[in-house]
Design a protein around this ligand. Structure first.
Ligand code: HEC
Ligand code: HEC
Length: 271
């Protein structure tokens, strides 16, 4: 009797111990696997090769072209939801199809592979339509597109098309604008000098835009709820992209002129 009880106890201890060991092995192999897949993402760099809109298959081509058109002529194609003269392409150059980095604007090639995505600001996971609408509301000073509208479906089809072949949640190195961080304290007066001598020819002496370049402040520019009103973001954009096609400002010049731009009034984001 007692002998059997000890034996049963011994066996159950053995079962518990071995279960613990197996669990530990599973955890460790899962860790190893995730390390392995991360290593794979890094060692196999993704290729930047967005297809043109004309190459889209006939059954989605119209949607892709709708998205492309909204990027380029936002007011014309999405006027009801657009509140200023800016186009999406003014910041996402060449309809977001450029590679980002120097003279590349803010790329959107591969953007759909990163969504749904955690957003610190929203305090949760958001989908691509919500991110698009954040730009409509904050940068175009407009209204959100209904998620099932032809316009939203077109934009998502367009982003999906230019992201063709890129892996879901892969590491896409050209996405995102890295904030320009610096211990340097901006000088608005030096920023004015940069503006006057370099930017005004295209953006206008009053900063309100011209036929060749969009406004930098005032009601027709991005609102005070835009990410561009973060000086590190604006300075990074300017440092990477301005003057247009010949981005050659020093970091200090970019920070100074960003501070100068942000010292002017702009439309108020109500939320
Ligand atoms: C040669 C003309 C030219 C010069 C000079 C120039 N820009 Fe621009 N800038 C443009 C154009 C054109 C765009 C829009 C690009 C597009 O739509 O593809 C633009 C876009 C921008 C944008 C994003 C859209 C907006 O209006 O907010 C900012 C910010 C900007 N420029 C800041 C500057 C600053 C600061 C300078 C001076 C250091 C400068 N630019 C000099 C032509 C110019
Ligand atoms: C005044 C500049 C500006 C304009 C105009 C603008 N955006 Fe943006 N957009 C940004 C900035 C800044 C970001 C954030 C980039 C980052 O976080 O790296 C962004 C991010 C995005 C993203 C997410 C990118 C990512 O990597 O997650 C999408 C999608 C997007 N914009 C679409 C649009 C669309 C569509 C329009 C036109 C309706 C538009 N944007 C107009 C500045 C602009």
């Amino acid at each position: 009797m007692r002998k059997r009880a000890i034996l049963v106890m011994g066996m159950s201890i053995l079962t518990i111990v071995s279960a613990l060991i197996i669990e530990d092995v599973n955890v460790r192999s899962a860790e190893a696997q995730s390390r392995g897949s991360q290593a794979k993402t890094y060692s196999a760099p993704v290729k930047y090769d967005p297809p043109s809109r004309e190459e889209a298959p006939p059954n989605i081509r119209e949607a892709v072209i709708t998205g492309y058109n909204i990027m380029n002529h936002t007011r014309h194609y999405a006027g009801e939801y657009d509140g200023n003269v800016m186009n999406c392409s003014n910041c996402h150059f060449k309809e977001g199809s450029y590679r980002g980095g120097k003279n590349g604007g803010i790329s959107l090639v591969g953007v759909n592979t990163q969504y749904p995505k955690y957003s610190k600001e929203a305090g949760g996971v958001i989908d691509l339509a919500s991110r698009i609408n954040a730009c409509f509301e904050r940068n175009m000073n407009g209204k959100p597109l209904p998620p099932d509208s032809k316009l939203m479906v077109g934009l998502i089809a367009y982003f999906q098309w230019i992201s063709k072949g890129l892996p879901a949640y892969g590491k896409i190195p050209w996405l995102g604008l890295k904030e320009l961080r610096s211990a340097y304290r901006p000088n608005v007066d030096s920023g004015f000098t940069v503006f006057k001598t370099i930017c005004a020819t295209c953006h206008g002496g009053d900063g309100m835009g011209t036929k060749i370049a969009p406004p930098l402040w005032g009601n027709e520019s991005f609102s005070d709820g835009s990410q561009m009103t973060n000086i590190g973001t604006l300075a990074a954009f300017v440092h990477n992209n301005m003057p247009y096609r010949v981005a050659n400002l020093t970091k200090k010049q970019a920070i100074d002129v960003a501070a100068f731009i942000l010292s002017h009034p702009r439309a108020h984001y109500p939320k």
